[in-house]
Ligand binder design. Structure first.
Ligand SMILES: [Zn+2]
Length: 449
């Protein structure tokens, strides 16, 4: 038996003239299954053709594809190909999922398209490759135009590299070119991206984070090269310096020591509210170095003069120990607080479910031709507006899933935790903690998700 899914979609403007209302499509598809002893109905997916609003959007096609991925469907049928997909892009994405799970489809009113037979498959493939070819050709054409512009040294994107400005479609060095040269020279001297960033902190306009700084140092535009054109613009960096920097980049001091900071992004300064910065200290222990991870307020430590009063440093292992020891009691307290706070949200959820039920009944009426498209549309829009309003309100209220927290309470997480890798530990804390506040009296205040 083939578990067969029915996919229906109404196109609201044409359905009356062409006689392919949802009811008519549904009847034909059901009959198709009834006439074939090897098919059994596995599910019905009906897109009503009215695009949903922000909250009430429910794409039945997505639900159907999810069921395909769950292995609930062997065959998909619909009336016509244009009922199944709206664009080549939509089609290709959906077809990839169907192919992966060996699900064929048949357009029962257009038997020429039928991926369950070799001939049908060939026709569909041909038709799709023509459409694909057209789509790609457009992309190809744009690439050719761009390539031509590059040979003419004309800028093709709006992103001007730092140190240049655009003049008559060409890049020319700007007043910031000096800073770029300084950045290359600083890196050549220090051999360290972090070291350069620290030294160059006062230079306006230069990238402030490692990734962007590195990207700048690797950019061949600074020796005038761009997309195969070696003389695209006037160089800012002498070739010899640029090449030396490329040699130094892979051995950037620090770059081979990837650190996993278990609490990065989770700790906030209890005084100024900004996210704590993590760093590594090495402490000599006999003949080896112990690595210590620390977190501290960047506004206190990395600004001169300090912009925050919090001078306290949190050691990672101290925080871990504290959390493990106190997790149970903190969770207990939080669960009680959450359950009190979440009552209004639960009431709203019940009202939303009720309205959703009404919407489903309405759809049923429409599908069975008991109400007109106009009635359906206007009633559905009213319901959707009410649901949206409630959902928007509910989104403002604390949403809580105390179940997960309660479960955690019963677990022997201490034993599990000790066996975890740093990456796993990091995921573990991220899964339960929203933020940890740490103030200058060393108070630790944990907010759970
Ligand atoms: Zn601070």
């Amino acid at each position: 038996m083939k578990r067969t899914a029915i996919y229906l979609r109404v196109s609201s403007d044409r359905q009356s003239q062409e006689g392919d209302s949802i009811a008519a499509q549904r009847q034909a598809l059901t009959k198709y299954i009834d006439d074939r002893p090897d098919l059994v109905l596995a599910g019905e997916y009906i897109d009503d053709g009215i695009s949903g609003t922000k909250y009430s959007q429910r794409d039945e096609l997505q639900r159907m594809l999810a069921d395909v991925e769950d292995g609930k469907i062997d065959l998909l049928i619909f009336t016509k190909l244009d009922r199944f997909f709206r664009s080549v892009r939509h089609y290709t994405a959906a077809q990839a999922i169907l192919d992966k799970h060996g699900v064929g489809w048949t357009a029962i009113w257009e038997p020429i398209y039928d991926t369950t037979t070799p001939q049908g498959r060939l026709i569909v493939n041909q038709m799709m490759s023509i459409a694909q070819f057209e789509a790609e050709n457009t992309g190809q054409r744009i690439k050719q135009v761009q390539a031509y512009k590059v040979t003419q040294c004309e800028v093709i994107s709006g992103n001007t590299p730092y140190g240049y400005r655009i003049e008559n479609k060409h890049l020319v060095p700007s007043e910031d070119a000096e800073s770029v040269l300084l950045a290359f020279q600083t890196f050549e001297r220090t051999g360290s991206i972090n070291g350069s960033l620290r030294e160059l902190a006062g230079v306006p306009g230069l990238p402030r984070i490692q990734k962007d700084f590195k990207k700048m140092l690797k950019n061949p535009i600074y020796i005038g090269k761009y997309r195969g054109n070696d003389h695209f613009c006037e160089p800012i960096i002498p070739l010899q310096l640029w090449e030396r920097v490329q040699e130094l980049l892979p051995i950037n001091i620090r770059s081979n020591q990837r650190q996993t900071y278990i609490f990065s992004g989770l700790i906030r300064c209890g005084e100024c509210g900004c996210s704590f910065a993590a760093n590594t200290r090495r402490r000599q222990r006999g003949n080896y170095f112990q690595i210590i991870h620390q977190y501290r307020c960047p506004k206190h430590f990395m600004r001169k003069p300090a912009q925050c009063t919090n001078p306290k440093v949190m050691n990672e292992n101290v925080l871990e120990r504290y959390l493990i020891e106190n997790l149970s009691s903190m969770i207990e307290k939080t669960v009680v607080e959450y359950e009190v706070a979440a009552k209004p949200a639960r009431d709203k959820a019940a009202r939303i479910a009720k309205l959703q039920g009404k919407a489903d009944k309405l759809k049923e009426l429409f599908i069975n031709d008991l109400i007109s498209l106009e009635e359906y549309k206007s009633d559905k829009e009213k319901l959707a507006a009410q649901i949206d309003a409630l959902q928007a309100e509910a989104a403002e209220e604390p949403t809580v899933n105390t179940e997960a927290l309660k479960q955690l309470q019963g677990m022997n997480f201490r034993g599990i935790y000790e066996g975890m890798e740093p990456d796993e530990k990091r995921r573990f804390w991220r899964a339960i903690i929203k933020v940890i506040h740490f103030d200058q009296e060393r108070n630790i205040d944990v907010e759970f998700l």
